[in-house]
Design a binder for this molecule. Structure first.
Ligand code: HEC
Ligand code: HEC
Length: 337
């Protein structure tokens, strides 16, 4: 029999055994099970070294304090992603930073700013992100996000391969300087652009549980008309760069109010720009292509809205016109409905 009063060695052995069994039961086995159930989805790709460094900048700058990266299974979260998040989504971001430090928690718990789960899809413009990090107020009026100026350098003599941020001259303290994104800013933006929800194979329509008291989203609001609500889509996809009033940002994004391209009777050039992106003039940044983010119907709705608002006056477009232009711009995306 075990006599703990006389045989202290037994006491230690039994305590050790209990400790080991408990650790296996409550920590090691569940952790292994979790790890095996969050295999990456087939379309997910590992982070490149630059994106991985960007993740580290995201962690060290404390972005998770204001931003979540989890789409909850409630209707209210529909705006942040196409489906609720699952453990697999975090497969590549959950790897340890190094032996000594835990894997970073990027999920966040407070939405002072928008959820970033799908930001790579919602906002694919590199220059928009750089401008926004340098000074959020430049692209989002009244934003309360802090500036991250220490990720940039102001210099009068940029190197030939420097990534120059199109900051308008009147926003610089000295107009002979240009703003250059340093490696950390570039890595951070590379990481932000990887934040896209991967498709779930064969999952069918994603399920969001209805949240009480929530108004129907814009598509349902506009159920009566042929086209979805172009104004709401403009706010979601275009206003970040071109501005809520379509006045643009001098030196970075052109105004759509009064633009000859928008007011052209023939919408072809405007649709080509929206579908295929645009980088025609050195005085402006680059417009990313929207062909894979928006359907023909959505683009027709946005174009029609822009052409008949903000003081513009040009005829409406329809999905067939977008379809015709899409086949000339990006054949590989012609399948989008
Ligand atoms: C003090 C809170 C706060 C911190 C810290 C913060 N943000 Fe934000 N962020 C916001 C708010 C508020 C907005 C919404 C207004 C805007 O777009 O500027 C926002 C917007 C954004 C957006 C645009 C989202 C969208 O849907 O358009 C991105 C991208 C972003 N933040 C990235 C970052 C990154 C990267 C960091 C860390 C370097 C960071 N934020 C740190 C508050 C914060
Ligand atoms: C990431 C920023 C960004 C977003 C988002 C964006 N654009 Fe642009 N857009 C630009 C830039 C930059 C240019 C100018 C490019 C150049 O001329 O080199 C431009 C040019 C244009 C032009 C040509 C205007 C002219 O007078 O030459 C049109 C039309 C346009 N965009 C429409 C849209 C619409 C519609 C959307 C939403 C579906 C949109 N853009 C979203 C950055 C953006």
């Amino acid at each position: 029999m075990l006599n703990f009063h006389k045989d202290h060695q037994n006491l230690v052995n039994v305590a050790l055994l209990v400790f080991v069994l408990l650790s296996m039961g409550v920590a090691v086995i569940p952790a292994n099970e979790l790890a095996s159930s969050n295999a990456p989805l087939p379309t997910m790709v590992p982070l490149t070294p630059s994106e991985r460094r960007g993740l580290e900048v995201y962690v060290s700058e404390g972005c998770a304090a204001c931003h979540t990266q989890q789409v909850r299974n409630i209707e209210m979260d529909k705006v942040w992603g196409d489906r609720p998040s699952i453990p697999s989504d975090y497969h590549y971001s959950k790897q340890r930073l190094d032996v000594w430090r835990q894997s970073p928690s990027l999920l966040g718990s407070e939405r002072t700013g928008p959820d970033l789960t799908n930001i790579g899809k919602r906002q694919p413009g590199v220059q928009w992100h750089l401008l926004h990090l340098y000074d959020p107020r430049m692209v989002v009026q009244g934003s309360i996000m802090p500036r991250y100026t220490w990720l940039f350098e102001e210099t009068a003599t940029p190197e030939a391969d420097a990534v120059v941020v199109p900051v308008p001259k009147d926003r610089l303290r000295d107009s002979s300087l240009v703003v250059v994104a340093d490696q950390r800013a570039q890595d951070l933006v590379a990481y932000l652009l990887t934040l896209k929800q991967a498709d779930m194979p064969g999952a069918g329509e994603p399920v969001f549980l209805p949240s009480p008291g929530r108004r129907a989203d814009t598509k349902e609001d506009a159920a009566g008309s042929d086209l979805p609500d172009g104004g709401a889509l403009y706010v979601q996809t275009c206003s970040a760069c071109h501005g809520a009033e379509a006045t643009g940002l001098p030196g970075a994004f052109p105004a759509l109010a009064g633009s000859p391209v928008v007011n052209d009777q023939d919408p072809t050039l405007m649709l080509t720009i929206i579908l295929g992106g645009y980088d025609a003039r050195p005085e402006f940044g680059v417009m990313p292509p929207q062909a894979t983010q928006l359907t023909d119907t959505e683009i027709a709705a946005i174009a029609t809205h822009v052409r008949s608002n903000f003081g513009n006056d040009a005829p409406a477009t329809d999905p067939d016109a977008v379809k015709a232009v899409r086949s000339t711009v990006a054949p590989e995306t012609a399948l989008m409905p």
